[in-house]
Design a protein around this ligand. Sequence first.
Ligand code: PMP
Length: 356
Amino acid sequence: MKKHNFSAGPSILPQEVFEKSAQAVLNFNNLGLSILEISHRSKDFVAVMEEARSLALELLGLENKGYQALFLSGGASMEFVRVPYNLLKENGKAAYLDTGTWAAGAIKEAKRFGNTEIIGSSKEANYTYIPKDFTVPTDADYFHCTSNNTIFGTQMHSFPETGVPMVCDMSSDIFSRELDFSKFGLIYAGAQKNMGPAGTTLVVVKEDILDKTGRAIPGIMDYGQHIAKESMYNTPPVFPVYTSLLTLQWIKNNGGVAAVEKKNNAKAELLYNEIDRNTLFTGTANKEDRSKMNVTFLLKDEKYTEQFDKLWKSADISGLNGHRSVGGYRASIYNAMPIESVKVLVDVMQELERNA
Ligand code: PMP
């Protein structure tokens, strides 16, 4: 029996993706070989990489607009380093928005490279909101933000117009909603939420923002080298890339990002409505900044904790505990989460209220 998996990441993927990727481990493309034992230079795997790169751009509406998609390794944390390496000029300046633990992680790395200005922060309020009254300096080399704050359950619902390249960590909401992605100079996202297993990171970069720093960049850190080698500078993480491709195909076959977004809106509305209606619960994030991917909430009175935990566990719900820096509960309702599972959670919350 498959559980209702609300884990924040690694997290739920479409069941058909699990099935097809499992099959490829046993016999890929009917080759009589596992995807894990063939060369990444083989025709069959090169086709996987090419399709994954082009489908990522297609789903974001970025084909033929000067962008390149890469599937790299090292996690989103590696991009915290690659971004300043490739974009922060010697004696230049970077502007960062501090909206959570991961944004702060990106800032920490940028500071090692040079002048890094924090132009807005909600740290003083334990990151319960998205700062809005900030200005991106026009002399910055780039502006960095985090579209969805996985731990704190906040999400940017609008993005500033900047005169400088906008870089965005979309690890926990990539492919979940339509945006004008051409506003961004660089987008990166660890696979392990909306795309695939841990082990690869999607990087989408507008080529014309590169090569401007005057820095010597080690090959493995250099986006330009990865582009020149068609995302095969070194052996790519073949299984995460293949599984990501299957998820991208699933998104396309299900109506693309627009259709996925509609479902995500319905799931988030259902759950937030219950949190606001139910007398026992309260949300942790500022209402207008609530995330449609990670729904964070608390029991108003902790005396119900044991009873609630028992109820959701016996309803085959998994992964609902909040991050230690927020406490309470976090329901991650990524693209692959069916609304039926959200209904199971809502039913459990109502059952608690009836029995309290
Ligand atoms: N950014 C965000 C928004 C995240 O949620 C995470 C955690 N998955 C990271 C960055 C760090 O990702 P990784 O563990 O792949 O380095």
